[in-house]
Write a protein that binds this ligand. Structure first.
Ligand SMILES: Cc1cc2nc3c(=O)[nH]c(=O)nc-3n(C[C@H](O)[C@H](O)[C@H](O)COP(=O)(O)O)c2cc1C
Length: 150
């Protein structure tokens, strides 16, 4: 069974909610799913998953949430060989900020810098438009799963 690791970056729990709401869809599609609320770089590199999904909200002025700092700083500072890693990315933010989805966008670029390949487009959820982020994420996940199987 292929495995999918979901890495969550959240302040208020919205990104974790999204991860928890969409994970049954992946299970139904045959993935073994694990959600990481306090992720470390080793979770991605030492036991590399078949697919990684990042659910990243933005705080401060385009900053990573605290629970994701260790992971993100480790990748920014040490780097990693991510060639061949396939991933998806859900970025959550609020378009009233100039730094809309800044953390998700920054991390997306970082993953690609180290050789990872994003499957599909980055999905951005705007709190100004989508009050219920999980309701926006479910249809996205439904279209993303077939892209993974290609
Ligand atoms: C103090 C604070 C700072 C924020 N800064 C940003 C920001 O720079 N860019 C952005 O797009 N959204 C920003 N947001 C909006 C959050 O990213 C958005 O509400 C998100 O859905 C929160 O997700 P969470 O529940 O997983 O923490 C900020 C929210 C707060 C409360």
């Amino acid at each position: 069974m292929p495995n999918l690791k979901i890495f969550v970056a959240t302040v208020y729990g919205g990104a974790l909610d999204v991860a928890e709401q969409i994970s049954p869809l992946f299970e139904q599609a045959g993935f073994d799913v694990e959600i990481f609320e306090q992720p470390t770089l080793d979770d991605l590199t030492v036991e590399r998953p078949d697919v990684a999904l990042f659910c990243i909200s933005t705080t401060g002025s385009g900053d990573y949430p605290g629970n994701f700092m260790e992971f993100a700083n480790a990748l920014h500072e040490k780097g990693a060989d991510l060639n061949g890693l396939r991933y998806g990315l859900i970025a959550m933010g609020d378009s009233s900020y100039d730094t809309f989805c800044g953390a998700g966008r920054k991390f997306d670029a970082l993953l690609q810098e180290y050789g990872a390949t994003r499957v599909g487009e980055r999905f951005e959820i705007d709190a100004m438009e989508d009050y219920m982020a999980d309701e926006a994420a479910l249809p996205w996940a439904e279209t993303w799963i077939p892209e993974l199987k290609r």
